[in-house]
Each structure stands twice: as C-alpha cells, then as structure tokens.
Design a protein around this ligand. Sequence first.
Ligand SMILES: [Mn+2]
Length: 423
Amino acid sequence: MQKIRILHTSDWHLGKKLFRASRMEEQKLFLQWLLQKILEQEIAILLISGDVFDSPIPSAEAQEAYFHFLKEVTEQSACRIYLISGNHDSGRFLEAPLPFLRPARIEIVGRFHPDLRRHIFSVPFENRKIGLFLLPHFKASDLLLSAQGEFECDAFLYEHELLRALEIIIKRAKDILCQQGADFSILMAHHLFGHTHYAGSELFLGLSGLESIPTTLFSGKFDYLALGHLHAAQISAEEPKSIYPGSPIPLHFGEGNQKAISLLEISSQGLEQKWQAIPCFRSILSVAGKSCLLPEKLAVALEKSSSTLPAFVEIKIEGTPLEHHDETLLFEIAKKYAASILKISCLVTPADQSADESITALHSHDLPTSLSLPDVFRAFHRQKYQGADPSSSVMQTFLKSLEEWSQHKEEMPSDENQASHPT
Ligand SMILES: [Mn+2]
C-alpha cells in the first residue's frame, strides 16, 4: 500500500498586524512555501484547523492571498483541502464561496449544522478510507441543541453537561464514520483539548463554556486530533495523537520564531506523525536591558537573526528611561539592518510592582467581574504597559469606541454568527 500523506496546519491569521505593521509579506511567503511542500510530498489532504483569517471581515489583500493559495493547490495537485472556522473567523463568510470551492475538492465547515452528516467526510484511498469529522469553533448552545433528544439537560451551564452533550455528538459522528466504512478517523477542531500551553497571542474561548476538553473522550474512536487555537506547536496528548501545529508565523513579541506544520503518514504500518519546520520569514525580536546596554544588545540580536525579511523589534528598557539621543541611536542601528522598531516600553522593577497591588492582582486570570468596562480597560492597559495608566486621549478613544460598539450592537440582528461577538 502506498503511503497517504496528510498535512495539518492552523491559525494562519491572514491579515493580522503587529502594532501597525502588516504581516502579509511573510504570510504570503508561508503560503508559497506550503504550496511547494504539498507538491513535493504529494500531499493527499490538507487540514486547516481554523483562524484562517484574523478578522471575521478580512481585508481584500488577505482574501486574495487565501483564494490564490486555494486555486494554486487545487490546480497544481490532486490535494483535497478541509477547513473549519476558528474563533477569529466568520463561519458564514468562510462557507459562502462553497458552491465554487466544493467542485475544486475543497470542503469548509464554518458553523455547527444540526445535521451531523454535514460535518463528516470520507476520502477513499486504494483500499483505505480516511474519515473526517470537522468540528468548527462552537458555542455551548450548539452542543446542547445538537445532543437534544438523547439526554435531559436541566443544568445548562454545568461543564459536565456540556461534556456529556459533546460525548453524544462524538459517538454519533463515529457511528456515521463506521457506517461509511472509515478505517482511519480524524477529528478536526478549534478548541482547547488536553494539556496545553499558550503562546500568548490567543483569545479566550469563553463562548463554548468548556475550559478544556479531555482527549480521553476520543480514545478508541479517533486516530488523530487535528487541533487549532493554540499558537505554539505542541502535542497535547499521545492517545489519540492530538496535535496543535500552532501559527505558521510568530504573531506576538516573545513568541518563538520556530514554527512548524504537522505531517501524517498513514501506511500499512499504521500512523506516523512528524514535524516539518517552517523557515523563519521574518524574525520577531524582543530586546531588553538597561538603557546604556541596549544599543549593543540590539546590534548583537540583529546580527544573529537571519530571516528572509528584515526583523521587527520590541525594545524593553529596564530602569531609567531612554534619553533622546539613545533612542536615535537605537533607530540608527535598526536602520542599518533594515529592521523596524515597533514598540519601546519601560519595564517596572519588581520593587515598584509589589507596591502596586492592583497590578499584582491582574497577573491572575481571574478579573473581578464587578468592574465596569472602562475599569477593565484601565486594568488591561496597566498589565500590558508595565503599570502605566492609559493617557486621557487613549481613554477618550476607548470610551468613544465603546459607545460606537454599543450602538452597533443594538442595531445588529440577534442571529449574527459567533465571530461577531467581541470576545
Ligand atoms: Mn488563533
């Protein structure tokens, strides 16, 4: 039997910016690289586990890059593409072009459909059949409504009730896959599964009501969990093999520059999973130190970094702030390497930090819910910018946006899809 090769990737966040800097250049380089991998390795299936776009209404440039990629892959190879929505995507938006995409061997599940069969696909290969269960980013109500009829749910908000609903759905999906004769089953989902760690650029998935889904629910039913949401590549469980390939480019400062995709090889010997490193198209560097040491540190970091495109840099000053001429010097050094400094911030010393209890409290994830939105914003600003309160102009902008958003919310139809929710 010939090997069946499947590539799994997620969290492209096409159109994402780092402060004001566009990331499209490196995102396009990644898509070109991925196309080459698909052609070279004769990939049979490409799995994309959500957060294709950074926004529910992506820019024209982001859409162009996406459609261009889909066209190149399906025209130049026999690869089939399966895609689900993530918490950043609009499921409806992703599904809209399906009448054109489906004949080109591209399937997209952007929303939870009452008919589970719309989430299930089986792909025949010689004497094998690969079964796919595509579970897009979901809300608690999706699970409960879908599992209705098989259980009485009194306590809607309890996590174990949601898990029970999910268990029912998984069992149904598996039954359909068995009826269709699948002998290798893959679940694709955008959520937290098993033991995981954050890269720092993910958004909270509050809408589903589930903190993390135990991978044991899938043991003996699925052979591979193709996961999305976390931006650092990781294995969240071995049984079944549960993989987060992470984002293909670092989306934040402090996130590692080493990124990967997951390759699955299915043969008569069973399943083999391998990582394939993505080249660093643009280094994202964080340089921290005392003002006097920063120029040297920056020069060393830029000298060492090697990426196709010039680096993006964040400067963190420890202790006394930069003098104007120091700042000019840093920009001159960056210019020498064609790099861009996108952020300069002052770090608070541990002594200052313990003095301010409000900041310390914010390091915990448990934000007091009694805070008003402006208070939450103030607290967020302090946490993000080393204890600094937002300036009055930033605060005014926030309040204005808040007002616009509340007006917009009132005007919005209530059945808008989940991606338009501010979380
Ligand atoms: Mn994401």
